[in-house]
Ligand binder design. Structure first.
Ligand code: NI
Length: 397
């Protein structure tokens, strides 16, 4: 890595740290990232060699470095939304919005990419191509990435490859992890309404108990992964919520369930959706009730492109040292709407370590005590800057 780039990162770092603290203190939910987007837009708008585009949705910021230049175009993406979680950290930049916090590190992702834009804008004339910065809304809820792709974010100029990073709490600070192929699972939304016949809890024979039916459905659904999925494939069926009834001595007429179904192969997804429907509907019928099943595919699975993952690994080894590049990390059953970009162009997401040395463990993603580590900001910036420079110079040859 050229010393000038390292110096450029060091120069902008104080501003990027305070931007992250500002974003952390002012979290916004999916598709409500108005102030976050405004802050990003303001900074990018004053950088040389960058054109900020009009929003494709309401709260996205897309900007192009070297807009007038020909040549390859690399896309770099950050997500900006926070979560409906009450922060349990006592820090100066604690969330000022009750019930909301940046528990998935998207404040750090956004600040990192702003820093990358600042650094690359300084050396834009030396870059043999373009960079498209994509600050997207609604990664957590609503698939903002998918909506941006539908609106043409990968076109004009056409993006040749796409990269992003995600904070990773189980991995040492200063390290990255990348893998080829499966990275994050496909998800499905699941809602089941069980209908029976309400009545007095003392006279169950005069009712059809939807709570009992729901209990049998939950148990039955567990047979899908245990008995219908190959032991060599990965899948999850979880019921995370059951609501029904209002008193201990009343049998309600209805009971509602919500859950998630996760998998990698599309065929397996088809089988699981069909299986959930069959088990819920037929179980309810068996007990004299009815089940209405709503099940719909949500985020697709994220697969890292082999060449792009190899480039991340190469850059990581060169910048951080081989010992700080983890390549054996297994895929996750978590989901990531970066998958929508990766369906269209060669792409890779890598994980950025958050776990400080000499500590037992670090709070997990979506935990009320999780925070993106400031020490990881320059690591992420170096990685993304160098990925952009190396990708463009090789592709432009
Ligand atoms: Ni996240």
């Amino acid at each position: 890595m050229p010393d000038s780039l390292k110096q450029a990162i060091d120069r902008v770092l104080p501003e990027i740290v305070s931007l992250r603290h500002d974003l952390h203190a002012h979290p916004e939910l999916s598709f409500k990232e108005y102030n976050t987007a405004r802050k990003v837009r303001d900074i990018l708008g004053r950088l040389p060699n960058i054109r900020v585009l009009p929003p494709l949705l309401e709260t996205d910021v897309v900007a192009i470095l070297n807009p007038e230049r020909d040549g390859p175009c690399i896309g770099l993406r950050a997500d900006m939304d926070a979560l409906p979680i009450t922060e349990e950290l006592d820090i100066p930049h604690k969330s000022t919005t009750p019930g909301l916090m940046h528990a998935c590190g998207h404040d750090g992702h956004t600040a990192t990419l702003v820093g990358v834009a600042m650094v690359l804008s300084e050396i834009a004339t030396a870059l043999p191509g373009r960079v498209k910065f994509v600050f997207q809304p609604a990664e957590e809820d609503g698939g903002g990435g998918g909506k941006l792709v539908e609106r043409g974010v990968l076109e004009d100029p056409k993006v040749d490859a796409m990269f992003c990073l995600h904070a990773w709490p189980t991995q040492p600070l200063g390290s990255i992890a990348v893998r080829t192929g499966p990275v994050c699972a496909a998800t499905n939304e699941l809602r089941i309404t069980v209908r029976g016949k309400g009545g007095h809890g003392a006279y169950p024979h005069k009712s059809i108990d939807p709570i009992l039916i729901a209990a049998h459905i939950v148990t039955g659904l567990q047979s899908l992964v245990a008995r219908n999925v190959s032991p060599f494939e990965s899948a999850v069926v979880t019921i995370g919520q059951i609501t029904g009834g209002a008193a201990g001595n009343v049998i309600p007429s209805e009971c509602a369930m919500r859950g998630t179904i996760r998998h990698y192969s599309p065929e397996l997804g088809e089988m699981l959706r069909e299986g959930v429907r069959r088990i819920a509907e037929q179980t309810a019928l068996a007990y004299g009730g009815q089940a209405e099943v709503f099940v719909r595919p949500s985020y697709p699975a994220l697969f890292n492109d082999r060449d792009m993952a190899a480039l991340v690994e190469e850059v990581g080894c060169d910048l951080l040292g081989r010992e700080r590049v983890i390549t054996t990390e297994s895929p996750s059953m978590g989901s990531e709407d970066f998958a929508y970009y990766a369906q269209r162009v060669p792409a890779a997401m890598f994980r950025l370590g958050m776990w400080p040395p000499d500590t037992e463990a670090y709070p997990g993603l979506h935990h009320p005590q999780f925070e993106f580590r400031d020490e990881a900001l320059p690591v992420g910036m170096r990685m993304l800057c160098e990925l952009a420079m190396r990708f463009l110079s090789r592709r432009a040859r």
